[in-house]
Design a protein around this ligand. Structure first.
Ligand code: PMV
Length: 325
């Protein structure tokens, strides 16, 4: 038997970091996906191939140890080890023990770029594994289980990435209500520019926690303002107010800088995007490296060219399609 599942990456437009403290966030599923194929293997170990990352690894069914097919260790400083852990933990969540598989991941989303690659891989792996074992799983259970996997692997994570990757679309997210779909009354031409440096989400979330603990009377109001900002942004998106959406993104960038998650490389991309005509630009995701997102009505080509001249950049479309399985 051979089964397939896929799930989209995401970009956060407003409210990252604040969402960890129960504040709302606005995010979109993007038209770049992780596609996972699972079929029966040739022995009891599970083989995992991710051609884009040059990963060809084996999970030993007795020890759980992950090695390259040629027997050498995965290098923890590279992304391999991290990504393998999401897959390994995801495969262990099913009611039926899963050994002796061939798993192949086709990845369009850049890794460590703040675009939700780990969530997409986790959601798609879980969905494919559920198909393989013919286990019934609702979208709610899938999103919840994927979040548990992220928590186990990275320590701290809000359910935002895994929810958006499961459900797709343009969403306003709160912990109490989950993902509510937004109907934008404007086009959302978005360009992503990503730095060569990956951000470490767990470490950045921890940094904000420490800053908040050290300066509660300063940091808590910043988080409150982020909440107001995200709520206003939602209204502006629904009302089709382009200029306001851009302005709010720029303010959000300033607040993220105040939380200590900006870098000089991200700042450079943010300002270059604005100079090239973006109405708004900000880091997206955890920061500390990773990506910026630029909102550029009528200026997509100019912004793309400008960012491409310094770093990797691409246009992203919004995907209404969440997980498919
Ligand atoms: O860097 P990403 O794509 O994992 O996004 C992290 C978003 C945070 O709000 C910083 C953390 C979270 O779990 O929501």
């Amino acid at each position: 038997m051979k089964v397939r599942a896929s799930a989209p990456g995401k970009a956060i437009l407003f409210g990252e970091h604040a969402v960890v403290y129960g504040k709302p966030a606005i995010a979109v599923a993007v038209d770049k996906r992780a596609r996972v194929t699972i079929k029966e293997g040739t022995n009891d170990n599970t083989e995992v191939k991710i051609p884009k990352l040059d990963i060809d690894a084996v999970i030993n069914h007795e020890t759980g140890l992950v090695t390259r097919v040629n027997g050498s260790q995965l290098e923890p400083c590279k992304f391999d080890a991290g990504i393998m852990e999401y897959i390994q933990v995801a495969l262990s969540q099913l009611g039926t023990p899963l050994d002796g598989l061939k798993v192949e991941v086709d990845l369009e989303i850049p890794i460590g770029a703040g675009l939700g690659s780990s969530a997409a891989i986790t959601v798609a792996t879980l969905a494919a594994a559920a198909r393989y074992t013919q286990e019934e799983m609702t979208l709610e259970t899938l999103a919840h289980t994927a979040h548990q996997v992220e928590l186990q692997v990275q320590g701290a994570a809000s359910p935002l990435d895994t929810t958006v990757s499961t459900k797709g679309g343009f969403v306003y997210f709160t912990r109490e209500k989950g993902a509510l779909k937004i109907k934008p009354a404007l086009e959302m031409p978005l360009v992503v520019g990503y730095t060569s440096q990956p951000g470490n989400t767990g470490a950045l979330v921890e940094g904000v926690r420490q800053l908040r603990e050290a300066h509660p009377t300063i940091v808590n109001p910043i988080l409150e303002v982020m909440e107001d900002l995200t709520n206003q942004a939602r209204e502006s998106i629904i009302q089709g107010e382009e200029k306001e959406v851009g302005e709010l993104m720029n303010i959000n960038q300033g607040l993220l800088d105040a939380l200590g998650v900006n870098t000089d490389e991200l700042s450079r991309l943010v300002y270059r995007a604005r100079h090239a005509g973006a109405l708004g630009s900000k880091l997206t995701g955890a920061g500390g490296g990773g990506s910026i997102i630029a909102y550029c009505p009528g200026k997509t080509r100019e912004v793309l060219e400008e960012l491409e001249s310094i770093e990797n950049a691409f246009q992203v479309g919004i995907s209404s399609q969440g997980v498919t399985w």
